[in-house]
Design a protein around this ligand. Structure first.
Ligand code: ADP
Ligand code: MG
Ligand code: MG
Length: 213
């Protein structure tokens, strides 16, 4: 995967853009329940810029780390909203870890995502259980770490960890929002899954699709 890392990373970001574009209205409706309804629009805007920046970095000969870092910057510059800055940081952090690693394997991606989780928690001051994207990301990172420990190869490991993110996202329906815009109408958010956890899980599923190809 090292040699073709830049191409795979650019393909991953483009797949996220396509999948989230198809879910734009659904994500907007989820965000309208207790938030301002712009989550689908913001994610599409961010991922469109991210995918363009990723393709450019790949064309310029960048490896996976450089491609993901460029995607993060593109996301940051355009998405706006609470999720924009957090997604930008997440992509840039994974990019930095991958760029510094010799192998683009399960252990490297786990380390990168664990650092991204820390970065998002530091920036957003939220914890798992606050009904945010962390409720998808944290269980996914734990599950991917178990796969890395067991020595499972990346595509298989990612697919095996994905249900943890899906369960975490589904469980946010039972939580009241404690962070972000929806916290103001926390009770109203009960019964609806968190939009940011939902979109993150679609993005993690997009990665699984590309890795399986
Ligand atoms: P905004 O709330 O600014 O309109 P979005 O609608 O794009 O931004 O994103 C909302 C999502 O952002 C939420 O569903 C939640 O998952 C995530 N989010 C909001 N605040 C935080 C935070 N402090 N930490 C982590 N995620 C957060
Ligand atoms: Mg919103
Ligand atoms: Mg907004």
């Amino acid at each position: 995967l090292v040699g073709r890392g830049g191409r795979v990373a650019a393909a991953v970001v483009e797949r996220m853009r396509a999948v989230i574009s198809a879910r734009e209205d659904e994500l907007g409706r989820l965000d309208a329940v207790a938030g301002d309804g712009d989550h689908g629009r913001g994610m599409v805007r961010g991922l469109t810029a991210a995918s363009l920046a990723a393709a450019e970095a790949h064309q310029a000969g960048g490896g996976a780390g450089a491609v993901l870092a460029a995607a993060g910057k593109g996301f940051d510059d355009t998405a706006g909203g609470a999720s924009g800055a957090l997604w930008g940081a997440m992509l840039r952090t994974v990019g930095q870890t991958v760029a510094a690693a010799d192998h683009l394997d399960t252990a490297t991606l786990h380390r990168g995502l664990a650092e991204a989780l820390d970065a998002v928690m530091r920036l957003g001051r939220a914890k798992p259980g606050d009904k945010t994207m962390l409720d998808a990301l944290a269980p996914f990172v734990t599950a991917l770490g178990e796969q890395a420990q067991a020595g499972v190869a990346l595509a298989e490991a990612w697919a095996a960890a994905l249900p943890a993110a899906e369960r975490g996202t589904a469980a946010t329906a039972d939580l009241a929002a404690r962070r972000g815009r929806s916290a103001a109408l926390a009770e109203r958010s009960l019964g609806t899954p968190d939009p940011g956890a939902t979109s993150l899980t679609y993005c993690l599923a997009s990665v699984a699709e590309v890795l399986a190809e």
